[in-house]
Design a protein around this ligand. Structure first.
Ligand SMILES: [Zn+2]
Length: 297
C-alpha cells in the first residue's frame, strides 16, 4: 500500500501544518487517517493519504451507495427518496444559474441520475466517472457512453455548465483539475460545486465520528472560507452559496451509526439534523453541505 504526504497546503501553499483530528475509515478499511489543518489559511485535508494508484480499494464496499443504486436496506431506501427530491432541485438550480441551456459536463457523475434528469430537461450532456461499475450503470441510465476521467477529450470553452456533486473532495490533483475544468467553461459558463462543510454544526458536534470526513475517500474538508480562497486563486468568484438541508439529516444518521453499533434512534437523528440547519440559519449559512455557484470574475 502506498501513501503520499502533502508538504504544503493545496490552497495557500504554506508549509506549517497542524494535526487536527484522527479519523477512522469506518465504512471500508477500518484504518485511521490524520486530518491536518494549514496554520495560515485553516484549510483541512487528509494527510498522509493513499496515493492515486492505491485509493481504488477504499471504494470497494457495498455500503458506498453513491456508486451502487441497486443495494437494499432501510437507509438506502430513504436515500433513494431523498435523491428523487434532491435531483429535481439540482436540475432547477442548474436551469436557473446557467447562462442558457446548452452543454453540461457532470464531473464524477456516479450512476448518472443527475445527468439523466438534466438530459430530460433539455441539456446536451457529457459525464465522466472513474468507477467502472458506476460508469456502466450511468451509460445505461443516460443512454449514451460515459467517459472515464480525461478532461482532455473536450474542447476548451465548450460548456455552459460543469457540475461536481460531492466530487471535488475526492480529487487528488485539486488545483490541476480545477484549472482544467475552468478552461472547459464558456466565458459566461458556471461551475457548480457541492461539498460537505467542515464548519457546520454537525461537523463540530460529531467531531471524529462526523460521517462526511469519510477518510480516506475525502481528501479535502472545505469550509466557505477555504473554498472561496481556493477559487479566488483560480480567478473565479463565488456568486452564490446554497444549502443542502437534507444532508444534515443524512450525515447525522451515518454519524450516529459511527458512534455506536446500532446508532442513535430516529429521534436523535432528526434532532441533530434539525439543530444543524437551525444553527446554519443563524450562523452565516454554515450548513452541513453547501453548493457553490462559481463564475469568472
Ligand atoms: Zn493554507
Amino acid at each position: 500500500m502506498s501513501y503520499e504526504r502533502l508538504e504544503k497546503c493545496p490552497v495557500c501553499g504554506k508549509t506549517e501544518l497542524q494535526n487536527k483530528l484522527v479519523v477512522e475509515d469506518k465504512s471500508v478499511s477500518k484504518e485511521s487517517f490524520a486530518i491536518q489543518q494549514c496554520a495560515a489559511c485553516s484549510f483541512q485535508f487528509t494527510n498522509p493519504r493513499p496515493d492515486f494508484a492505491n485509493i481504488g480499494r477504499y471504494y470497494e464496499s457495498e455500503e458506498y451507495v453513491s456508486h451502487n443504486s441497486g443495494a437494499g436496506g432501510v437507509i438506502n431506501q430513504a436515500y433513494k427518496v431523498a435523491r428523487f427530491f434532491t435531483m429535481r432541485r439540482k436540475v432547477a438550480l442548474l436551469n436557473k444559474q446557467a447562462p442558457r441551456k446548452g452543454k453540461l459536463l457532470d464531473y464524477g457523475c456516479g450512476t448518472g441520475h443527475f445527468l439523466a434528469a438534466a438530459k430530460a430537461s433539455g441539456w446536451q450532456v457529457a459525464g465522466l466517472e472513474p468507477n467502472p461499475r458506476a460508469r456502466e450503470e450511468a451509460s445505461r441510465r443516460v443512454g449514451q457512453p460515459i467517459g472515464m476521467e480525461s478532461l482532455l477529450t473536450f474542447e476548451p470553452g465548450s460548456f455552459e455548465a460543469i457540475t461536481l456533486w460531492h466530487v471535488l473532495e475526492h480529487v487528488h490533483e485539486l488545483n490541476d483539475t480545477l484549472q482544467q475544468l475552468i478552461r472547459l467553461l464558456k466565458p459566461d459558463g458556471v461551475l457548480i460545486i457541492a461539498v460537505p462543510n467542515v464548519d457546520s454544526l454537525d461537523a463540530q458536534h460529531y467531531r471524529q465520528d462526523w460521517a462526511a470526513y469519510d477518510v480516506p475517500r475525502h481528501l479535502y474538508h472545505f469550509s466557505p472560507k477555504t473554498m472561496t480562497q481556493l477559487l479566488k486563486k483560480h480567478k473565479m468568484t463565488v456568486r452564490e452559496v446554497l444549502p443542502m438541508m437534507l444532508d444534515a439529516y443524512y450525515v447525522s444518521m451515518l454519524s450516529e451509526k459511527h458512534r455506536a453499533e446500532r446508532g442513535g434512534g430516529l429521534l436523535t437523528v432528526l434532532k441533530a439534523g434539525y439543530k444543524s440547519n437551525q444553527y446554519a440559519a443563524q450562523h452565516d449559512g454554515q450548513y452541513s453541505s453547501l453548493i457553490y455557484v462559481v463564475a469568472r470574475r
